[in-house]
Design a binder for this molecule. Structure first.
Ligand SMILES: NC(=O)c1ccc[n+]([C@@H]2O[C@H](COP(=O)([O-])OP(=O)(O)OC[C@H]3O[C@@H](n4cnc5c(N)ncnc54)[C@H](O)[C@@H]3O)[C@@H](O)[C@H]2O)c1
Length: 261
């Protein structure tokens, strides 16, 4: 219950999906969570519902494509909390499901801004405070897509691969300052992001996803939240520079598992 007691945590893209589960889980573990998102109504309602339970939560509007919004989110957490212990760079969009040569420059730049530049900016604004206070934890949301290939997702996978590489670099660079930096690579998780993919591409995609995961199902947001809580907690004090795959065996398996038995 108290794995993150009195920690100050910022989570981007936390009004829904995986970020929502991480914020809720961290708040239940004793953290004061600062929820950033563009979905203001959902974010406000979510933060209020946590406060109603006696937990500590604030919502701050934050479009991670905007540097000033990230600065405001992190600045608010530092101002209200007096420090910053945990940053979860979670927000991202799924633009894909079509060949890379059909992607416009506009789609590419939008994806890179939200899924990759946001991670650079989040770290840039969090690190000075973490270094000054003697340490902190950064968790970047990567993806199984950064490990394996899947038709139609080149740009998304490129951004996630870069997120993992930056995670390793920063772990090395800021280890001496007691800042731990790790990433999580989820397999397919039941979130609005994937509901949209199914709505756009069809139910056959869900059947393929289930088949691709050796555990025979897709994952739950709470299963990613558990990994984030662990990485943020003192129990992971010797863990930095890793990518934690929480993917039901997806990246351990051949892409399509034949019906051999
Ligand atoms: N769902 C999956 O299967 C899966 C798999 C691997 C990795 N991931 C990664 O996990 C993270 C969360 O994914 P999800 O499935 O929960 O997504 P989601 O689309 O279900 O939820 C994303 C949240 O981010 C918010 N958001 C969108 N654009 C934003 C922006 N510009 N600024 C701030 N907030 C914004 C949305 O309003 C929403 O609340 C992402 O980094 C995603 O790439 C997801």
């Amino acid at each position: 219950m108290d794995r993150l007691k009195d920690k100050i945590a910022v989570i981007t893209g936390a009004a829904d999906g995986i970020g929502h589960a991480i914020a809720e889980g961290m708040a239940r573990e004793g953290a004061h969570v600062f929820i950033g998102d563009i979905s203001d109504k959902k974010g406000e309602t979510f933060a209020a519902s946590l406060r109603d339970e006696g937990l500590r939560a604030d919502y701050v509007h934050c479009d991670v494509a905007e540097d000033k919004d990230i600065q405001t989110l992190i600045g608010t957490a530092i101002e209200k909390g007096g420090r910053l212990d945990i940053l979860v760079n979670n927000a991202a969009v799924a633009i894909g499901g079509f060949p890379v040569h059909e992607m416009t420059d506009e789609q590419w730049h939008k994806l890179i801004a939200i899924n990759l530049t946001s991670v650079f900016r989040g770290c840039k604004h969090a690190l000075p405070q973490m270094i000054e206070q003697g340490g902190g934890v950064i968790i970047n949301m990567a993806s199984a897509q950064g490990h394996i290939g899947l038709d139609g997702w080149t740009a998304y996978a490129g951004a996630k691969g870069a997120v993992m590489s930056m995670t390793r670099q920063m772990a090395v660079e800021f280890g001496p300052q007691n800042v731990r930096v790790n990433s999580i690579s989820p397999g397919t998780i039941n979130t609005p992001m994937n509901e949209k993919v199914i709505a756009d591409l069809g139910e056959h995609v869900m059947r393929a996803w289930i088949k691709m995961h050796p555990v025979g199902r897709i994952g739950k947001p709470s299963e990613i939240a558990e990994a984030a809580i662990y990485l943020a907690s003192d129990a992971a004090g010797f863990t930095t520079g890793i990518d934690l795959r929480v993917d039901g065996g997806l990246t351990a398996a051949p892409r399509f598992v034949p019906d051999l038995v």
